[in-house]
Design a protein around this ligand. Sequence first.
Ligand SMILES: Cc1ncc(COP(=O)(O)O)c(C=O)c1O
Length: 480
Amino acid sequence: MKETPLLDRLLQLQNEKLISFHMPGHKNGKIFNKYNYKNFKDCLTNIDTTEILGTDNLHKAKEVIKKAQERASEAFKSEETYFLVNGSTSGIYSMVMAATSPGDKIIVGRNCHQSVINITILGDLAPVYLYPEMDLQQGIALGISPEEVERSLKEHPDAKAVVITYPTYHGLASDLKRIAEIVHQHGKMLLVDEAHGAHLGLSDKLPMTALECGADAVVQSIHKTLPAFTQSSMLHVQGNRIDREKLKFMLRLHQTTSPSYILMASLDLATTIYRDHGKLLMEELLHNIEAFKEKMKNIPKVTVLGSERIGSHFIKSMDTTRLWMSMYQNKINGYQLENRLRKEFGIQMELSNLYGVLGMTSIGNDKEDFEKLYEAMAALSKEKGSDEIGGMPFFSYAIPKRAFTPKEALYKKKKKVKLKESIGHISGEYLIPYPPGIPILIPGEVIEEEMVTYVKTMVVRGMEVTGLKDQSCERIEIIE
Ligand SMILES: Cc1ncc(COP(=O)(O)O)c(C=O)c1O
């Protein structure tokens, strides 16, 4: 075998022994080494099987998969839990479509992941948006106010459900308990994208879980913050607002008929680690993070997002396992910082924007990881930085005007034009800064000048934009 470019690259990276502050939560398998549970890592090829005698069937679970899901339900404190092997995306698709019928309206936090908008296309839904408070300077979504949810429910009494992202990518949590009360008072369903919060039940120092807050259906990316393989997620439900038979049909509709037993087994193992070791590991992690943040206070011109935002901008609590750090004041922008941490120190962060980098920590990280990160940040802080860090053009994140629903826009006749010429026209495409994958423009919305200026400037600064067919981000499809 000569050419295996992907495999070669992955093996090469494995040799670099990178320190992982990104997903997946098992941190290059480190946590599996720690527990070496039934030699899980060594038997991967043997457990990669299909529905044969004795292996049960995800879509008709009666035996071992049913047992594994029930154990997960107990550990994560749901009434019923379903394993997802097509990522949280498939869970979001399924719960939204279980809660709606074609033509329905749903209320959606605008800082949602693109999968929520995509399901409005597949499910032929009309989304109406709740706007979170924004940190305009750093481009970070903050909290969504319960009053805004109430206002929207009164304005749209025909909406079927409310979809909230909790916590955000940056670990910020709105007052979901109050939001749940309001949504239920209005007789609607609360669906929560808790992709980033699978670990919240492990400590009282973290925000309450979405289930504790009263959500009807919750999707968690177990692979992001707990030790499961990429794509392995769970969908939890409680109460009787969501039709579980319809939900199970939607899960069959959106998931493969050949679910990976490796992924399902990794969910089974993640459940055991969560249940048997999770709280202790989380205590250690929070201690390590606190010690790291304390030391970081001595480094000048570095800011680390702390708990100081709690209580303002509708932020009720914060997931302190997220590390948002900026050296912008020291003239190292976020893209440069992410690059330099990786190239000079072998540390890989989760994402960056112009201002800073985000580290996604998990119970798989140990003390040494934080010591190495501190040493790297301390070393970089001694540098003078560069005058080439660039600024962020003002972007208001205001709700764009909508001419068509995302689905209507998808099927309209379109033409490609230069971004500058698109101002004032209706977009046929998404504009999604990636990561974090939150759309700033959705098909069917009117293109504003500030979006064009923002995207054109930020692409030059290093921001990745997805959603456009034109990979160079110079042209966009508009509706004719
Ligand atoms: C908030 C949020 N929701 C949903 C998803 C989709 O999750 P998955 O990649 O597991 O399908 C992501 C992915 O990054 C996300 O950030």
